[in-house]
Design a protein around this ligand. Structure first.
Ligand code: ZN
Length: 468
């Protein structure tokens, strides 16, 4: 059931939706593509986007800060996936804090980007007052502003950064994933204020880079000490409630052989003969396939909302010359693992050792496993108040609430695992994300903004602004 106050805010969102749409168009027109791992942000679009966001937040009375991340300064731990070598310059984070009218926010001194916060500062985050105050709970609204590359522009019906509107849809890279969500949440706060309301609880907005690559933007926010009673991320979910997501690790298996001329008779390898690395690698691929097949049905590899854990041989390279025995073959793999299970590398390593023991050459020349950082998965219990709040907001707008899991991770992993903040996502349809002609339905954009407005008002509590 909607209160009269809530209906007033929803009507404002409906009536002023042109402003929401225009604001999203503005965001899309900044080309904020996630840089390749060995590259960094080129041009000024990232900073310009963040200045635009900061101006919006300043206009709503948020206390804002904007800083660039030094990845080498981020404290690492198992699951966080810190990439210290990643150049994060030129793609700043913007955080805004709006103290609740009822709470006295324990303000922290804003640090400059040149001086990362000291440990003590991290240990005493700004939320303490809000946590104990029953008058209004605190909330983080988080979104990423980086977008995946547009691919072949000629395949797009409209240029990917034109934010063209046609048949009730806005087309463009990032419309659904996830600038649409960002615009919807900022507009929701604006309309709450326009209705003459102030929030009782503290509200924090975080607009972070690099979710599509490393999640270090939000990680930096968590390490900086920002926290709240709950968090919300409007990532695309087909308007479902995202409560679980898989973690992942990517690696390589280098399988040795021994080079030799293919047109010459080769003695047995124990007598110095050549060995085909590709033939040995085939056994390794079969081992990975067998492991994936085992996980498909193994009880400890299942999750209620996500498919079974999965491992995939996703690339192979080997061989140099038509008549030369391949000296080595390299297999790339990705493993996707549901929470709360941890890093699967040791299980993969054990299987590899088992396989090597069954083959005398491999036993003497074992394949070498290397891997990138492990990203933990995350989930939130369905009886968490923020899950109920999301479900109620959807129900009251006539959308049946549906719990969901993701096969891949989002920035929520750090809010949940590191900051211990129950975090959910509700967002637009995901059919076109990361694809050509990505779009968001304008009606759904408005619906999402209404959903977020209800969630924010009910979670933080609202008071009529005193006249004067
Ligand atoms: Zn996203």
């Amino acid at each position: 059931m909607l209160t009269e106050t809530e209906s007033r805010v929803l009507t404002l969102i409906e009536d002023h939706q042109t402003d929401l749409i225009t604001s999203l168009q503005q965001m899309i027109r900044y080309r904020t593509v996630t840089p390749d791992m060995d590259a960094c942000a080129e041009g000024d679009d990232y900073r310009a986007h963040q200045k635009y966001i900061r101006t919006l937040l300043d206009g709503m009375g948020f206390e804002t800060e904007m800083w660039e991340i030094d990845a080498a300064q981020l404290e690492d731990a198992p699951g966080r996936g810190v990439r210290p070598e990643r150049d994060m310059s030129g793609m700043p984070v913007v955080v805004g804090q709006l103290p609740g009218s009822v709470n006295v926010i324990a303000r922290r001194a804003l640090t400059t980007k040149q001086s990362p916060p000291a440990r003590e500062e991290i240990a005493s985050p700004p939320k303490a007052a809000a946590r104990n105050d029953v008058s209004g709970k605190s909330l983080i609204l988080n979104g990423h502003y980086d977008v995946v590359p547009e691919g072949d522009t000629s395949l797009w019906t409209h240029p990917p950064y034109s934010a063209t509107i046609e048949n009730g849809k806005m087309f463009g890279r990032g419309t659904a994933d996830m600038k649409g969500g960002n615009a919807a949440m900022l507009f929701a706060v604006k309309m709450i204020q326009q209705a003459g309301l102030t929030l009782n609880g503290d509200l924090t907005v975080q607009i972070a880079p690099d979710e599509e690559a490393t999640c270090m933007g939000t990680l930096a926010c968590c390490l900086r000490g920002y926290t709240a009673d709950a968090a919300f991320i409007p990532e695309p979910t087909n308007m479902g409630i995202l409560v679980a997501m898989r973690g992942s690790v990517y690696g390589r298996l280098t399988v040795p052989g021994r080079a030799g001329h293919a047109e010459m008779a080769q003695p047995h390898w124990t007598e110095g003969g050549a060995v085909n690395a590709i033939s040995k690698a085939a056994k390794v691929v079969q081992m990975l396939d067998a492991l994936a097949e085992e996980w498909r049905t193994r009880p400890d590899r299942q999750h209620k909302y996500i498919g079974p854990d999965f491992i995939l041989a996703s690339g192979i390279h080997g061989g140099e010359w038509e008549v030369t025995y391949p000296e080595k073959a390299e297999i790339r793999f990705g493993a996707m693992i549901a929470p709360p299970r941890g890093n699967p590398i040791e299980e993969i390593r054990a299987r590899l050792a088992e396989l090597a023991q069954s083959d005398p050459w491999m036993a003497a020349h074992p394949p070498v496993l290397t891997h990138g950082p492990w990203y933990y998965g995350a989930e939130v219990a369905e009886d968490e108040p923020i899950v109920h709040a999301g479900a109620n907001a959807l129900s009251d707008l006539g959308i049946p609430p549906k719990m969901k899991g993701f096969g891949s991770l989002t920035d929520a992993i750090h809010l949940i695992n590191l900051s211990k903040i129950p975090t959910i996502s509700i967002g637009p349809d995901m059919e076109t994300i990361h694809a050509v002609d990505e779009f968001i339905e304008l009606a759904q954009l408005v619906e999402l903004s209404k959903t977020i407005a209800l969630l924010v008002m009910r979670w933080c509590g609202v008071s009529e602004k005193e006249q004067g």
